[in-house]
Design a binder for this molecule. Structure first.
Ligand code: BTN
Length: 247
């Protein structure tokens, strides 16, 4: 098997059902199918490759077999939408910390939840929710894709990069997943701010099709991107509604 399931199960500190797939369309899509067809409890799906890996803003996530860690954690939550937003930042911190703990690399978080090494994106995170008919949230799916030894990237993933080292995938997965559980309740903002790649940078953000120039001044308590606009006014950008690039 592409990952040592026994050692991963031993290293996981929480009760979660582990499902391994040599190749699948998307672990997030499969996680949703499982929840919607009645699977109970927390689930961790890991694939060696994905044929339809999905990213934020409807983009694809390049996931060639044998080169990365593609996983989705299904958490049962209490029905509040805010929980999902916080978990997105917590997941980025969990990935960043796991890379710092297990390697000598210096990862940073590009708001809202991409993890970079230098100017290359090595990890993307896609958090989705599964709703109940009453409108509340039934489960949160945290999809995490880490490029470990992906040799090259297609044009749509032009800033893609890899960790480029030998790392035990079970150890990396356990460090990330234990981190997500440990941080899901809060306490990650200070680390997030210290590792924020955009703070102090000039950016261009696109909202409702309009491109605006701004300077990033920090991350607010709710995980929003605090910016100074060219006319001297301040604004806070919330994830989902904007895409950001460094100028
Ligand atoms: C992004 O970069 O915009 C987010 C990428 C998220 C990729 C992961 S890989 C595992 C899980 N399954 C998916 O289809 N997507 C997420």
């Amino acid at each position: 098997m592409f990952i040592n399931g026994d050692s991963l199960k031993k290293a996981l500190k929480h009760d979660v059902r582990l499902l391994l797939y040599p190749v699948i369309d998307s672990t997030n899509t499969e996680a949703r199918r499982l929840v919607e067809s009645g699977a109970q409890g927390d689930l961790l799906l890991i694939a060696d490759g994905q044929t339809g890996g999905r990213g934020r803003h409807g983009k694809s996530f390049y996931s060639p077999k044998g080169t990365g860690l593609y996983m989705s954690l299904v958490l049962r939550r209490d029905g509040k939408a805010e929980t999902a937003q916080g978990i997105t930042c917590a997941a980025a911190v969990a990935v960043c910390r796991a890379i710092e703990e297990l390697t000598a690399l210096k990862p940073q978080i590009k708001w809202v939840n991409d993890v970079y090494i230098g100017d290359k994106k090595v990890c993307g995170i896609l958090c989705e929710t599964v709703g109940s008919p009453d409108g509340s949230i039934k489960a949160v799916i945290i999809g995490i894709g880490i490029n470990i030894k992906t040799p090259d990237f297609p044009e749509y993933a032009e800033i893609g990069g890899s960790l480029n080292l030998d790392i035990d995938r079970a150890e990396l997965a356990a460090a990330v997943i234990n981190g997500v559980y440990g941080l899901a309740g809060g306490g990650y903002m200070e680390y997030y701010r210290r590792h924020s790649m955009l703070t102090g940078k000039e950016i261009e953000f696109v909202k409702n099709g309009v491109s605006t120039h701004a300077k990033v001044v920090g991350i607010d308590s709710g995980g929003g991107l605090a910016v100074l606009l060219e006319d001297g006014s301040s604004a806070t950008l919330t994830s989902g509604e904007v895409s950001v690039r460094i100028r």
